[in-house]
Design a protein around this ligand. Structure first.
Ligand SMILES: [Zn+2]
Length: 456
């Protein structure tokens, strides 16, 4: 036995290794030492611990670019869905250093955040909302002094290692074209990606396409990298055309990418600006019964809508046609991201089931994309977007963030009525060399998750 083999902490034996960067898909042994992948070998390896992975796929852990829920409850559902890094990049956070400090040494999986325009604007305008603005930050235009205040908060967040700048313009419609442009300028100067929930949605002008063109223009004009979040819920039936515009812009050297979740409904707070006058048309002509109250699963009426809008809380919006979901989920360059958040077991099933649903439903059952392409959309492409050369890869030298799943069994179980159900068929998940899921069970009392910050 060689010295190298004797030093291995863990060996994953005889699994089907899939690595989208090198295009390797073959039976290999994977050796792990000191939190990193030390060897990927055709011949058997020996280590202190061996996991038999025959018949299972061994790949890089999934990187979720869009995870609002950043609590132990949420991390457990992420882990069971194969996610090893969960990032809050759309809404982002206000006090970046404090946010990271709160989670240090207490996280099951890796975590990170952007500097958020929404929370910065809420602070400057003294809004009373929680995750999303509820009153004072929604409609007013910023004075030059207020805009300076917003930019100062974002700039401080970037100094503290934020991964990018987050924006949800639909939640802050008072943000002028200038305010948004200035933020793109800041991001460009600091070489950070702007993660954007578009200003408007749906087919009626000003709708999803108009909103996409606003940020494509800002990205082109400033050189900042743009990532458009959940393209399907913003563009609805126009999604194929929006993807064509994004691809076309990318060919003209605009730095732009996008993501989608594999569900025909979105979810947001009913008290937010998403439900201001005209929400039906902005969501493609839906009505009250297409809204589902997350707390109870009930469909809404005009009366219950008015009552819950006053109260506030999460509501599912059944607005996205299945063929639109399919178009985005199967496009090789559209990343998979969940937009997940669960609170005491309530929320959208995407928080728990996104990754297993793509692998089970769209890869295995419907044969709509290859396993290699699907895994690239979940790990390699998000890693490359953020400049993580040590993640998103099942290669020697990479961080030992590893997901092992059964390609014949992997499937989501979470539903709109009962979202807090773990995915199935993902028996092993490792973060930084530590097994956090073993034999399909969360390993208690372990917190190997590390802060993921901007690295230039
Ligand atoms: Zn959003």
């Amino acid at each position: 036995m060689s010295a190298l083999a004797q030093e291995l902490d863990t060996v994953i034996s005889r699994g089907f290794v899939v690595d989208p960067e090198t295009k390797l898909q073959a039976v290999r042994d994977v050796g792990i030492r000191d939190g990193r992948i030390a060897a990927v070998s055709e011949s058997p390896l020996h280590g202190r611990e061996t996991i038999d992975a025959r018949g299972l796929v061994v790949t890089a852990g999934f990187i979720d670019l869009h995870q609002h829920g950043q609590t132990p409850e949420n991390y457990a559902f992420k882990a069971r869905d194969g996610v090893t890094t969960a990032l809050e990049l759309e809404v982002g956070v206000r006090s970046v250093a404090a946010w990271y400090a709160e989670r240090a040494g207490k996280a099951l999986i890796n975590f990170g955040a952007s500097a958020g325009h929404i929370p910065a604007r809420m602070a400057v305008f003294n809004d009373s909302g929680g995750l999303l603005p509820k009153d004072r930050a929604i409609l007013p235009q910023a004075t030059s002094q207020q805009l300076s205040g917003i930019l100062a908060i974002l700039s401080r967040g970037l100094n503290e290692g934020a991964l990018g700048v987050g924006m949800g313009i639909a939640y802050t419609p008072g943000a002028t074209r200038e305010e948004i442009f200035r933020i793109f300028q800041l991001a460009a100067a600091r070489r950070r990606t702007v993660f954007v929930h578009l200003r408007s949605s749906g087919p009626v002008e000003p709708g999803g396409l108009d909103a996409l063109q606003e940020v494509l223009s800002d990205a082109a004009a400033t050189g900042a990298r743009l990532h458009v979040v959940h393209i399907t819920s913003s563009e609805l039936r126009e999604t194929p055309l929006a993807l064509e515009m994004i691809h076309s812009a990318a060919r003209q050297n605009v730095k732009v990418s996008t993501e989608a979740y594999p569900y025909t409904a979105g979810m947001t707070d009913i008290s937010s600006a998403i439900f201001s006058e005209g929400w039906q048309q902005r969501n493609g002509g839906i009505t009250f019964k297409d809204l589902q109250w997350a707390q109870t699963g009930e469909r809404l009426t005009e009366e219950s809508f008015a009552r819950y809008r006053q109260q506030g809380g999460m509501v599912a919006i059944h607005s996205i046609p299945e063929d639109v979901v399919r178009a985005a989920v199967t496009a090789p360059d559209v990343m998979i991201a969940s937009d997940g958040i669960l609170e005491n077991g309530k929320g959208h099933p995407r928080a728990a089931g996104t990754y297993a649903r793509v692998l089970g439903r769209y890869v295995r059952q419907q044969h709509l994309l290859s396993l290699m392409d699907a895994l690239a959309k979940m790990s390699l492409l998000p890693a490359n977007l953020l400049g993580f050369s040590n993640k998103g890869r099942l290669q020697p030298g990479a961080d030992a963030d590893i997901t092992i799943f059964d390609p014949e069994k992997v499937i989501d179980r979470a539903t709109f009525e009962n979202p807090a159900q773990y995915s199935e068929g993902i028996p092993y998940v490792m973060v930084g060399g530590t097994w956090i899921v073993k034999n399909s069970e969360i390993q208690p009392g372990l917190f190997p998750g590390k802060a993921v910050r901007y690295a230039n």
